[in-house]
Ligand binder design. Structure first.
Ligand code: GNR
Ligand code: NI
Length: 171
């Protein structure tokens, strides 16, 4: 297993739309990428990670929203249907936007259809943090970040701070 580098906003590679994974691509090599993503997510203390964040542009995401960090979940080609559109606000963060948190409103209850690591189709209902995280991760696969839900002013401020931090670590 190996740790992958997480891209940071405003890196334009975070804006790419990930491609659907074909059945014949679900092999040991893809499973090894999924394991690397899980290892990277746990090492960064994240509760989720989308392939886009590690510059791999296929529709894959991993997550684990448990306190005990012992329930890794893998979703290939996830598709979300909203079950309860009632808005739920949650203070979101993102490993690609380190150090910034803000309130984002999303659907309260969703149904996710996806393939597991063996290519088997499954469905899962989600609410609470799991629903927030799944919507956040699928957004990544579409090139979208939580900062896109904030005001232009807030987004600009975050962008400039992250670019400034990056310059300082480069010196
Ligand atoms: O670790 C993460 N925490 C988090 C908190 C609130 C809402 C969403 C998230 S996802 C984030 C990891 C991440 O960036 N996934 O893409
Ligand atoms: Ni994120």
């Amino acid at each position: 297993m190996s740790l992958l580098t997480i891209l940071e906003y405003p890196d334009l590679r975070l804006r790419k739309r990930a491609a659907v994974v074909q059945m014949q691509e679900i092999n040991d090599s893809l499973r090894s990428t999924l394991d690397d993503m899980l290892e990277t997510m746990y090492a960064a203390n994240g509760i989720g990670l989308a392939a886009t964040q590690v510059d791999f542009h296929k529709r894959l995401l991993v997550l684990d929203v448990t306190e005990t960090k012992d329930a890794p979940l893998v979703f290939i080609n996830p598709e979300i249907t909203v079950l309860d559109p009632e808005p739920m606000g949650y203070e979101e963060g993102c490993l690609s936007v380190p150090g910034f948190y803000d309130l984002v409103t999303r659907a309260r209850r969703i149904l996710v259809k996806a393939l597991d690591r063996n290519g088997l189709a499954f469905e899962q209902e989600a609410e609470g943090l799991l629903a927030v995280c799944l919507q956040h991760e699928v957004d990544h696969l579409d090139g979208k970040l939580f900062v896109d839900y904030l005001s232009i002013l807030k987004r600009q401020r975050i962008k400039h701070k992250l670019l400034k931090d990056k310059k300082q670590t480069a010196d």
